[in-house]
Design a binder for this molecule. Structure first.
Ligand code: BG6
Length: 484
């Protein structure tokens, strides 16, 4: 494929929130860093009527509100001419014929690479792909055609498998880029760098040295006007099937033969396949589901809704490296703080040699957001005390090491990779389906038998007492480096 050709980025759902908040700020930032293709243009497609100028003004308004970097109007004015808009209906073949004709015009009837970005609910993916296919817009004749699909990818194993079949009718797997924006986060990519660019961790990264792993993705925000989407979906589909399981694969996978997309994704699928789907009895003892108090009174939420806004899971990976090591995962909305972190808790020293030793195990904390960094907690002799130890930290902070603005928006990296044809940070068809095969039995037990009972928690708390109990039964507790 020829990367020197003009590249056209077509965004479906161009008048929506994601385009204004994330996609355009990321593309503009890439443009400022001279990372966009040498010749490119961005065509928005959507139901809302916009002139090209109206579209540009709408995006500039978004830039002022949402961009995480400073820019001048002059810089924007060098970028804005590459933005155009086509009004159309996703289900109307005629509108796709119109789009095809307009693209040919924009591309001067010459061969051009095309990235189609679906910034829309997944129920629209099949019809859009059918319409693109029927108007021969997906054929690769010396130029590439790629399609980026936003999450959520299905709502269950069956719906995800059906969606995969539908998109595979018109596209090869290597043309499909399924987004999980957590994989675009620098700190998430750094999990593999911590493990495989250093020699000190990997020899102890296993059941012989690690007691358990805790993965927390706590959100302070609540529904943020998304009740229409969220109610009925809940935290397991919204956060666990994708983000939390992806984090788990990165912590648990074997070193891939190389850092390429297929090697990396093969290893991730192996981890997911080693987690046995739970029986209803196992769901009862290994999961906690909860709803924050006041959820049912939120606008657009059903008065009897049993949607879980918080969940905690205890999972086991049945392979040589991890057999018997619990992975505790938790996530929820309206919690005390926004905090995403992974804690690797090592085993206790086998012998308390020092009389006043408090036997605190070592702990490696990967801070994903905010206060991005990596901390290693270990014991040191407390000065001027006889044989007393104290926990101390070795700390790496991104802002101190790389500067305050060093971390780009996750979408920047993902858009750049899709433009460059690198699918390493996107989820493959089998990966998505295997993740669903872990989540499905939990959801089915929750929804069919209503067990375990739906717990409640206060807004601003760290979740329900049942989540504390989940670990207490194993003689453990949720760890927090600040207080432990
Ligand atoms: C999205 C979920 O995928 O991730 C949202 O749909 C959630 O409900 C968001 O708030 C969290 O992302 P981040 O990057 O803010 O941690």
């Amino acid at each position: 494929m020829n990367n020197n050709l003009l590249t056209t980025i077509i965004i479906f759902g161009a008048s929506g929130d994601l385009t204004q908040r994330k996609l355009i700020p990321s593309l503009f930032h890439l443009f400022r860093k001279r990372r966009t293709p040498s010749q490119f243009q961005i065509i928005g497609f959507g139901g809302t009527e916009f002139s090209d100028d109206g579209f540009r003004a709408h995006l500039l308004e978004g830039m002022k509100k949402f961009a995480s970097f400073e820019f001048t109007l002059e810089e924007w004015n060098t970028f804005a001419p590459s933005l155009c808009y086509v009004t159309g209906n996703y289900t109307e073949l005629e509108d796709f014929k119109k789009l095809s004709a307009q693209l040919a015009k924009f591309e001067n009837h010459e061969n051009a690479n095309r990235l189609y970005y679906m910034a829309l609910p997944p129920k629209l993916f099949p019809v859009i792909i059918d319409n693109l296919s029927a108007t021969e817009q997906l054929e690769e004749n010396g130029a590439w055609r790629r399609v980026v699909l936003e999450k959520p990818f299905g709502t269950s194993f069956d719906t995800a498998a059906t969606l995969n079949k539908q998109v595979h009718k018109a596209l090869n797997e290597n043309q499909i880029y399924r987004i999980d924006h957590y994989l675009g986060k620098e700190t998430v990519q750094n999990i593999l760098f911590t493990r495989f660019a250093n020699t000190i961790y990997e020899p102890i990264w296993n059941r012989n040295y690690i007691d358990h792993v805790q993965i927390t993705v706590a959100e302070k925000v609540g529904l943020e006007h998304r009740a229409g989407f969220y109610d009925g979906v809940g935290v397991l589909r919204d956060m666990f099937q994708n983000h939390l399981l992806q984090l788990l694969t990165l912590v648990a996978m074997e070193p891939p033969a190389s850092f390429n997309a297929s090697h990396l994704r093969n290893e991730k699928v192996k981890v997911l396949s080693a987690i046995k789907p739970m029986s209803p009895e196992q769901v009862l003892v290994n999961t906690v589901r909860a709803q924050y108090k006041g959820y049912r009174q939120e606008k657009d939420v059903g008065a009897e809704s049993t949607t879980a806004t918080y969940a905690a899971l205890r999972l086991f990976i049945n392979n040589w490296r991890w057999k018997g090591v619990p992975f505790y995962l938790r996530s929820g909305k309206n919690l005390a703080e926004k905090q995403s972190q992974i804690i690797i808790q090592f085993k206790e020293p086998p012998l308390a040699m020092f009389p006043m030793q408090t036997m605190k195990p070592n702990m490696l904390v990967l801070y994903l957001q905010p206060d991005e960094g990596v901390h290693l907690r270990f014991e040191a002799k407390a000065p001027d005390k006889v044989n007393e130890t104290r926990s101390v930290d070795m700390e790496f902070h991104y802002d101190a090491a790389f500067g305050k603005t060093a971390i780009p928006e996750a979408y920047e990296r993902l858009l750049l990779d899709a433009l460059q044809g690198d699918a390493s940070l996107f989820t493959r068809a089998d990966e998505v389906e295997t993740a669903w095969s872990i989540i499905d039995p939990i959801l089915q037990t929750w929804e069919t038998y209503q067990t375990p009972p739906l717990a409640g928690y206060k807004t601003g708390s760290w979740g329900p007492a049942e989540a504390i109990e989940l670990l207490a039964r194993d003689g453990r507790r949720w760890l927090d480096e600040a207080t432990d």
